[in-house]
Design a protein around this ligand. Structure first.
Ligand code: TPP
Ligand code: MG
Length: 564
């Protein structure tokens, strides 16, 4: 059988049903075989879009997904999405077409040998779990087996296979090597120690992170929370585990999290962190001030994250989150009821309205009226729309939030809307995106139109890069270079862009806002909704900086987060 046919058949049998791809001479055989064997291929208009969309589909559904890119520039174009998948632990299998094996520049001290060729595996090594170069046509199926296992086991992540074209078309024998069965390592869960520390604590607090979803532990997590009655805070990626209004949910922590959640962290005398390693976005650089009074426990599958964490943990458990929760659930005893409202009530307040519609208020109202459980909120990684998306969204049971949180990259939202749509899990998607970020991957509008995706694309138009402008206002005497139309950054009309892509358009207006929001509840096809916001709107919450006598500035404890 032709090698790429055998590849497609094999991938299908391993559960890979969908791929995102952009064509090229080095991948035509692969994609042709995918179509022959019923792997659905979606063609977006840029490799970065394909990478982001593929990862978003995995984030939304956990489906095994493929990304196919052609040589050189096709590969490097995908980089942003791969970095996002790597840092957020998204399993993904990437197949890159490569020039003929005798024309690659691997191991040679030259910059390029083949046409449009690059040593791509050397480039992607630090942002993938493993890379493979196919050295003969016979290897492909066994390497797929290895790559699939590595990508999906332990802490998941992207695996990249570089596949020279001369090994794609020969016939191959499809007999597979038998797999060695690996013994699962049993870790010491230290459950008794965790329970003892819990008994000695008056104000315990869970901190939940993405590792819980990755381990498949969400169902058992709900049981643990119900049984233990311990309140919790979350990272951005865990913010949709429970609804915003759930009584024990004290909100999102971190630099761009919520005020009450950060105060709860500060008030706790025991933190039990599961499936997160608490990076600096969650603690701020003021580690000396981070939850000073608490003992801290970490449960994480990644030994290296535990070893290298900047937070001093008192108890370290190296384990898969689900496995830990299953065992913890049997032993944990209920905490007597306490009133946590004092923290929860600090997580949201309505900003003062000016002549402009405030984006925090708008996002809160829009997500409150949109109670459709089979829906998804995609938060683009750029700027104040990212912060407002997390700080102001009201999340309902069953709703999902998708975002490349670790990279927080501008322009991720449109492709992620497409990826989430292909999970076929959502009747409707709300994409929250800034005007600057909207422009960064504008080609994705064509796919949103093509697939008639029922998405409300909320473009927060504040005349450029407000997040950076805020920094320039605070620290650089309002010298807004490169962030405002009067300072060198030009921006198009959102209305004309919508028209150009033939997508419905709505301008939100104060007088008609209520009826406009109602209308948006029942959309069946894409619509671009423009919010003309105040170009100087401040963040709902942010870390306070204090001036030092030497003229520098010092960040303050996160529990003292500002209100705008
Ligand atoms: C790819 C990428 N480049 C640069 C940045 C740095 N950056 C963060 S926010 C921002 C401005 C975002 O502007 P916009 O999308 O309009 O959102 P706003 O802050 O104006 O609401 C920039 C340039 C980034 N996050 N991602
Ligand atoms: Mg903007």
């Amino acid at each position: 059988m032709k090698a790429t046919d055998a590849l497609a058949k094999h991938l299908k049998s391993k559960g890979y049903k969908k791929a995102f791809a952009l064509q090229g001479g080095a991948v035509v055989h692969i994609l042709d075989s995918f179509h022959k064997f019923g792997i659905e291929v979606n063609y977006l208009h840029h490799e970065v879009s394909n990478a982001l969309a593929a990862a978003s589909l995995v984030r939304a559904s956990g489906e095994k997904t493929l990304l196919v890119v052609t040589t050189g520039p096709g590969c490097v174009n995908a980089m942003t999405g791969i970095l996002g998948a790597w840092q957020d632990s998204v399993p993904l299998l990437i197949l890159s077409g490569q020039v003929r094996s005798n024309f690659t520049s691997y191991k040679l001290n030259v910059r390029q040998k083949g046409t449009q060729e690059a040593k791509i595996l050397d480039i992607v090594k630090p942002i993938t779990k493993k890379t493979f170069l196919i050295n003969s046509e016979k290897q492909i199926l066994n390497i797929i087996d290895k790559a699939d296992e590595i990508s999906n086991t332990g802490r998941p992540g992207p695996v990249w296979i570089d596949y020279p074209i001369n090994f794609q078309w020969p016939d191959i024998n499809i007999k597979l090597k038998k797999k060695d069965k690996k013994n699962l390592q049993k870790n010491d869960l230290k459950i008794n120690q965790v329970c003892k520390m819990l008994k000695e604590s008056n104000n315990p607090l869970f901190v939940f992170g993405n590792g819980i979803r990755l381990s498949g532990g969400l169902d058992i997590l709900k049981k643990v929370v119900n049984k233990s009655n311990i309140p919790f805070v979350t990272t951005w990626s865990a913010c949709d585990f429970f609804p915003t209004d759930y009584n024990l949910n004290l909100g999102i922590i971190g630099l761009y999290g919520q005020r009450g959640a950060n105060k709860a962290i500060n008030n706790a005398d025991l933190l039990i962190c599961i499936g997160t390693h608490l990076n600096v976005t969650h603690t701020s650089t003021r580690l000396d001030e981070f939850s000073k009074e608490s003992k801290k426990i970490i449960i994480n599958i990644d030994k290296e994250e535990i070893k290298n964490s900047s937070v001093q943990f008192d108890l370290k458990v190296n384990s898969d989150a689900k496995f830990f929760l299953e065992n913890f659930q049997k032993k944990v005893t209920p905490l007597s009821k306490k009133n946590y409202f004092k923290f929860k009530s600090l997580n949201w307040y309505k900003s003062k309205e000016t002549k402009y519609i405030n984006s925090n208020n708008l996002i809160n109202s829009l997500t409150k009226v949109n109670k459709e459980t089979k829906s998804c909120i995609v938060i683009d990684g750029g700027g104040t729309a990212l912060y407002a998306g997390f700080q102001s969204s009201n999340i309902n049971y069953g709703q999902r939030v998708i975002c490349s949180t670790a990279i927080s990259s501008m322009g991720t939202g449109l492709a992620e809307t497409i990826g989430a749509y292909f999970s076929r899990k959502f009747k409707k998607i709300l994409c929250i995106i800034g005007d600057g970020s909207f422009l960064m991957n504008i080609q994705d509008l064509q796919s949103i139109k093509q697939y008639k995706i029922p998405a409300v694309i909320l473009v927060v138009n504040n005349n450029g890069y407000l997040a950076i402008r805020n920094t320039q206002t605070d620290f650089l005497s309002k010298r807004w270079f490169g962030t405002h139309p009067e300072w060198g950054l030009s921006l198009p009309s959102i209305k004309k862009v919508s028209k150009g892509f033939n997508i419905d358009y709505m301008l939100l207006e104060k007088k008609t806002l209520k009826t406009q929001l109602k209308k948006l509840q029942n959309i069946k096809k894409p619509i671009i909704v423009e919010l003309k916001a105040d170009e100087n709107q401040r963040l709902l919450f942010n870390q306070i900086y204090k001036k030092k006598p030497d003229g520098g500035v010092e960040p303050q404890n996160l529990s003292e987060m500002n209100k705008s």
